[in-house]
Design a protein around this ligand. Structure first.
Ligand code: ADP
Ligand code: ZN
Length: 730
């Protein structure tokens, strides 16, 4: 009987990926992980062997050809793909495809190309004859050739390296013609300008702080065996330095390193430090690379040339032989969740990879998700803390301003009196200020400007979202209401759904400090490439005094001249009807307040809010992570949100509203009938963006200790997207 192989088949870049069985032609030696070419309908497409000799009945098409003699996916990668497929309810073929560079999965080549790079350069090596000639003193060799041969024997390879040692490429070619050396070529890789080796690496030899030393001891002791840590340290406490030193140790032991960063353009400094320390051993994998560049980097990892992989979430799938250390920086970032199939969360997947490959996983953050913190305080992760900044800078004292009082005092502007005074003082002293505006979520809640009352769903206790049609909608249960005209809490009539734009704040700032030089940084500005860097430079050089911006200013703006950070509206995200609203608010506030007081001038923070008593705002102003986490976890426990329950978000869409409503009602009621005690079923409700691209969208939410068990009993049809462990329910 002939042998069979199960193959994850990729029908083009956007086509479906599915697993099919094929027969193995006689004489073809196949192993799981091999890239093959197979017939698929009338076409030949690429696929990866995922298993051998699965039982099958009927006749099978044979595999056409092997694309590369070595398996491209290592055993731990195939195991990880299986874990993803099971955990996130996605096809195994989708998970396998995510592990290959798109250039490879997209077409059926018969041979795997080498890394192309930008250009090629000559490399040389000594032969045994060359070594003998060097040892025996070959009289026919000139001085330049002898120097070249000696340099080769010491490991010089390129023309530049030979020249440094007194030899030359020309002499090496002459040696090659006489069989004393060999000549080859290698691709020269382009390192993107922003990560070039400019980062000063003088801290490399500085003694570790006591906190760093303790963390390193704990991490290094587990290398080669596997473990998982949360490294919780305020910004500038030396986390990156811990990553770098642990990586050095992992490499010394022959283990590969994976470093995940959330958004590579905004974390260029971290990336540059890895490049500065590990040079050519670093491979960069991120979405800004072209398909060709991505393939080149992937190939360097596969070939063992690069063993430090730095990139966004898909860097987890790098083909390292022994991923011994996996670091996830800023583990709280929502971008670690992939929002298309396979919808994996990179943090959980990193932990799974550590388990499968005996790797040590280090999750780092100043403001970890409470889910992660909970795991670290209950033993699932080991907690390492860096409580202080490396230098003796303190966190800036922060004042909370109650916007309800401002309004009562007749101030209708975007800047409170306290913030105006602080801004004037800062500018007159020649110092700098950051004014931060929470853009997300504005204008979605209906709020009483007199008392701060927010219209909420009585059943779900989450804010109603205001819709363009003028109604209020609960995105949890689907309940609708009309906005009140009189506040049920204070009887006031100034009920608005309001948002503040950067433009309005900019105008108010110009009025408050006429003559001060001001720059604006929001998403629109950042889209123009390089603007982030240019504005940063303007602030750094002191040419600008005030920067007004959205989320962008919270990241990477390390400016010693900034002595004031003002948060214009702290509560817009807080009011979003989402289980992570408080967490996101806390994180953003801590992050942006941390931009103040990094220099000699010291610093202060001012937070404007309609909810001055909210625990997320109070804890952020006090820079108190632990009290925030306690309050937040208590709330999550009360409602059964993660980590006390799991969530699954089911979404579907259709051109017609009645089609999508009927479909959603059928699924929700079937789920309810089968739910038992595994999960509660919420909805159907309109999705937060209820209509998108001409289609109506509805959602059903499962929440409980085992929603996956319920999905096993009631698998949704292909018309539904299934998002297990979503990071947002919006
Ligand atoms: P984090 O990643 O927590 O923000 P970093 O590792 O970037 O912290 O460290 C903050 C600053 O302190 C950096 O400029 C870094 O070079 C410096 N630094 C880190 N560790 C040490 C050390 N042991 N001795 C001296 N300087 C250090
Ligand atoms: Zn509701």
């Amino acid at each position: 009987m002939s042998r069979t192989a199960q193959v994850a088949v990729f029908a083009g870049i956007r086509g479906p990926a599915r697993t099919f069985s094929y027969s193995i032609p006689d004489g073809l030696e196949l192993a799981p992980g091999h890239l093959v070419r197979v017939g698929f309908g009338p076409r030949a497409v690429a696929g990866v062997v995922v298993a051998l000799d699965a039982p099958f009945e009927g006749t099978l098409r044979p595999i056409d050809a092997l694309v590369h003699p070595l398996p491209l996916l290592r055993p731990h990668q195939l195991a990880l793909a299986a874990w993803i497929a099971e955990q996130y309810r996605t096809g195994l073929a989708d998970a396998v495809r995510a592990m290959l560079p798109p250039a490879l999965a997209g077409r059926a080549r018969v041979a795997l190309p080498a890394a192309k790079g930008e250009r090629r350069e000559a490399v040389f090596a000594s032969t045994p004859e060359g070594a003998a000639a060097l040892a025996g003193g070959d009289g026919r060799l000139g001085a330049r050739q002898l120097a070249t041969l000696r340099a080769l024997s010491l490991g010089a390879r390129t023309g530049a390296e030979l020249a440094d040692a007194g030899g030359s490429a020309i002499a090496a070619r002459a040696l090659a013609r006489r069989g004393l050396a060999t000549e080859g070529a290698r691709a020269v890789r382009r390192v993107p300008r922003e990560f070039a080796l400019t980062e000063d690496d003088s801290v490399r030899d500085a003694p570790a702080t006591p906190g760093q030393a303790a963390a390193l001891d704990a991490i290094i002791a587990r290398l080669g065996r596997g473990d998982a840590f949360l490294l919780h340290g305020v910004t500038a406490s030396g986390k990156t330095e811990v990553y770098l030193r642990a990586s050095t140790e992992a490499l010394r032991r022959g283990l590969g390193v994976i470093v995940l960063v959330p958004e590579i353009a905004l974390t260029a400094q971290v990336v540059a430090r890895f490049v500065a320390r590990f040079g050519d051993r670093v491979a960069l994998l991120h979405s800004a690379l072209s398909a060709g560049e991505r393939f080149d980097e992937w190939r360097r990892i596969l070939d063992g040339v690069a063993d430090v992989v730095v990139g966004s979430r898909s860097a987890l799938f790098a083909p390292l032989e022994h991923p011994g250390l996996v670091i996830v920086d800023e583990e709280q970032e929502p971008s670690y969740k992939q929002e298309s199939s396979p919808r994996y969360h990179a943090v959980d997947t990193a932990l799974a990879l550590g388990g499968l490959a005996s790797g040590v996983v280090v999750l780092g953050s100043a403001t970890p998700r409470v889910v992660t913190y909970h795991a670290a305080t209950t033993g699932a992760l080991r907690l390492l803390t860096l409580p202080e900044r490396v230098s003796d800078l303190v966190m800036p004292p922060t004042t909370i301003v109650d916007l309800r009082l401002e309004l009562r005092a007749g101030n209708r502007g975007t800047l409170s009196r306290a913030l105006t005074v602080a801004l004037r003082r800062t500018v007159s002293r020649g110092e700098q200020a950051i004014l931060y505006l929470n853009r997300r979520g504005f204008a979605t809640v209906v709020l009483c400007r007199d008392c701060g009352y927010i219209a909420s769903c009585p059943a779900c206790e989450i804010p109603f979202a205001y819709h363009v049609d003028g109604s209020l909608v609960c995105h949890r249960c689907g309940r609708r209401a009309t906005p009140p005209t009189v506040c049920p809490q204070c009887g006031g009539t100034r009920i608005r759904h309001l948002g503040v734009g950067t433009q309005r704040v900019e105008d108010d700032v110009r009025a408050a400090v006429p003559g001060a030089s001001l720059v604006r940084l929001d998403r629109d500005a950042v889209r123009a490439k390089g603007t982030h860097a240019a504005l940063f430079e303007k602030m750094r050089s002191g040419r600008a005094q005030v920067i007004v911006g959205t989320q962008m200013v919270a990241k990477g703006f390390d400016l010693p001249g900034v002595s004031l950070v003002g948060v214009v509206n702290a509560d817009t995200v807080l009011n979003l009807p989402d289980f992570t609203s408080a967490e996101r608010t806390f994180e953003l506030l801590v992050q942006v307040l941390g931009r103040s007081g990094r220099g000699a001038a010291g610093g202060q923070g001012i937070v404007q809010t309609y909810l001055p008593d909210h625990y997320a705002i109070r804890a952020a102003a006090a820079h108190d992570y632990v009290s925030f986490a306690k309050a937040e976890l208590a709330g999550r426990e009360r409602f059964g949100y993660p980590p006390f329950g799991r969530l699954v978000l089911l979404q579907t869409q259709a051109k017609r509203a009645d089609t999508v409503t009927r479909r959603a009602e059928v699924l929700a009621s079937t789920l309810r009938a089968e739910a038992r005690t595994d999960a509660e079923v919420f909805g159907p409700a309109p999705a937060f963006a209820a209509k998108r691209a001409g289609a109506y969208r509805m959602q059903v939410i499962l929440r409980g200790h085992d929603p996956l068990a319920l999905l096993d009993r009631v698998p949704p049809s292909a018309e539904w997207t299934v998002d297990v462990d979503p990071v947002t329910l919006l």
